[in-house]
Write a protein that binds this ligand. Sequence first.
Ligand code: EPZ
Length: 421
Amino acid sequence: MAKLLVEKSGPLVGKVKIKGAKNSVLKLMAASILAEETCYIESVPGLIDVEVMITLLESLGLTIDYNREEETLEIHPAELLKCEAPYELIQKMRASFLVMGPLLAKKGIAKVSMPGGCAIGARPIDLHLKGFQALGAEVTLGHGYIEAKADSGLVGAEIYLDFPSVGATENIMMAATMAKGLTLIQNAAKEPEIIDLANFLNEMGANVKGAGTDTIRITGVEKLGGTRHQTIPDRIIAATYMVAAAMTRGDITIENVVSSHVKPVTAKLREMGAIVEDSDDVIRVYTTGPLKAVDLTTLPYPGFPTDVQAQFMALLSVSEGTSVITETVFENRFRHVAEINRMGANVKIEGHSAVIQGVKELQGAQVKATDLRAGAALVLSGLIAEGVTEVDEIYHIDRGYPQIEKDLVGLGAKIRRIEEK
Ligand code: EPZ
């Protein structure tokens, strides 16, 4: 089990370049199942989750060349596409469930293991399944598997999502690309990753309109070809480094970022008193004085991202005054509170909110990453805490940050990775 040893590091200063977005690339990979020709995906970050998706696609019969140096993927269609995604792979990563829509569209049948709950909540998939049913699939559950079947093909339909779920929007959008006629997804998620997926599908020959708004219109086509596509930059990693600049009172310039994707984070940092200078694809964050408490509520995009909630909590825990964070997207995404309090923070959970009383300093301690973003928040906390912070269970961090210690060390951080047998 690897761990990170983080020492108090002083202000982080310099430039950092953001890689492709995990939460986009995994869906682009799943969408490649739909293609009749090769798909080339660029800016593919070196992450455990990408490796899991490669294994899954290979198990379905696709052939994949991953050039880890160049960060490019070539995904060749299967000669004989299998339609079953086994438990061993789905339980490793919930995003694996996103193969269901494309398999159903292409094969008319898909059998995928039911994903379990995870550290941040139960995370049901009812909205995905309602969507498949609306498109005419017969969905049955048994022995831990979900089987969806549409013997005479999927048929376009009007689908209203009770909640703008990212995964459900993506799965239904992919399923509908080859359904007969028009599909409308209403109250769709509007995340940038949805737009990236829609662009990818359109480049393959699909007809998807309105991605990024709350109504997506998909007109079914007969078949999809290949494409070459550049993954969008990871807005959550960019936001994590924006928080790192504010937290260490540093001065970080973030390159290869889409500034409009991190607007809610920019707005909150400015409200706290940090200086954020942004152009279309570069953001500089620094501070000139103390940072003040702010309240925030996590919401679907373009609201404040739940994936930056833990990092912001770390920042607010050393800012002046009392802040309240309300988490509305996931029901159990405060497991990092106990860990950050071990470092001397003063955070109390009250229902879906966390009340953060700013303290003067944190102290290094042994803590564990309870999920991916919580892990990043603890690393940031370690950078300003007195002494040494040992962050355990960092495999979570490795699922979403291709090179967190390399990036931060490049900005002046003192971080070491220890591999333990
Ligand atoms: C995606 O998860 C991201 N994961 C998450 O990233 C991110 O936190 C989340 O979107 C919200 O932005 C990937 O893209 C791989 P949802 P997803 O469906 O698609 C409920 C990270 O740290 N819901 O929008 O699973 C669900 O339980 C992470 O990178 C239903 O009730 O998110 C949750 O409370 C973790 N029924 C809420 O909706 C459903 O059928 C939002 O989930 C589907 C979802």
